[in-house]
Write a protein that binds this ligand. Structure first.
Ligand SMILES: NC(=O)c1ccc[n+]([C@@H]2O[C@H](COP(=O)([O-])OP(=O)(O)OC[C@H]3O[C@@H](n4cnc5c(N)ncnc54)[C@H](OP(=O)(O)O)[C@@H]3O)[C@@H](O)[C@H]2O)c1
Length: 227
């Protein structure tokens, strides 16, 4: 069997970085995508090849990643994310900060995934997995706040649904997954789950995906989360 290939964004820290280690340890061909060249020192030690693609520079993204999609790609993990600290409450959001969060959490993953489609089509099935969050659930939102984060991730879930319907006759699986609460820069020190365990659960999640999961917003155990 040929070596399997995975692309991971947000690869410089947290869940993305732990996913890189997990897949490298399992012998996969791993292509990390990072924001810039500063966060990569450790990464360069484990992976010589990585791609620099700042998610806010939407006009550059396609050209930076399209070459990756020229070969078979088994999995794309869209992990990079922004919490939108300056777009936290409706009463005092900063519109530029909100726009930046939308770029990072919604538009950039869409642009990258579309650029990678030719390779994912050869994955048979290619798995296109976007890391969402329980905070994206409109039905479960009883507290408000996290305006930029919630709206961008809810829209990401809608992207998943729309992509999956458009691509339903192809050998592709498109899902949104909530990784749970994880100890990272974003999740904070109190979170119960280590990045390593979260990454292993996401790997298992990916391996357990079937066509019937496509278009759904799921927990790492493949349970539906209410939109
Ligand atoms: N931790 C949790 O409890 C939790 C729960 C639910 C969902 N999530 C989701 O999990 C994903 C990973 O988050 P994390 O917890 O691992 O936090 P993290 O360590 O803060 O990781 C966020 C990643 O996104 C990258 N990123 C941010 N802005 C970017 C940009 N403009 N261009 C390219 N990359 C950019 C960061 O790169 P730099 O290293 O350069 O900053 C970093 O690698 C996010 O999508 C988040 O919404 C996390």
């Amino acid at each position: 069997m040929s070596v399997r290939r995975v692309v991971i964004t947000g690869a410089s820290s947290g869940i993305g970085r732990a996913l890189v280690d997990t897949y490298c340890n399992l012998g996969w061909d791993v292509l990390p995508i990072v924001r810039d060249k500063n966060g990569d020192a450790e990464l360069a030690a484990v992976r010589r090849t990585y791609v620099v693609a700042d998610h806010t520079k939407l006009n550059e993204l396609h050209d930076r990643v399209a070459w990756i999609g020229q070969e078979k790609l088994d999995v794309f993990f869209g992990v990079a994310g922004d919490f939108g600290r300056r777009a936290f409450r409706f009463s005092d959001f900063d519109v530029d900060a909100w726009l930046e969060t939308l770029k990072i959490n919604l538009l950039a993953p869409a642009v990258i995934a579309r650029a990678l489609l030719p390779g994912l089509r050869l994955g048979r099935p290619g798995r296109c997995i976007f890391v969402s969050t329980g905070n994206a659930s409109i039905g479960k939102n009883t507290r408000g706040e996290m305006l930029g984060y919630r709206t961008s991730k809810s829209a990401l879930n809608q992207l998943v649904r729309t992509m999956a319907i458009e691509l339903e006759n192809e050998e592709l699986i498109v899902t949104a997954v909530d990784p749970g609460w994880v100890r990272t820069k974003m999740g904070g020190a109190s979170a119960p789950t280590s990045p390593e365990w979260a990454a292993y659960r996401l790997y298992r999640f990916s391996e357990g995906l079937r066509k019937e999961h496509s278009g759904r917003f799921l927990s790492v155990e493949h349970h539906d989360i209410p939109y």
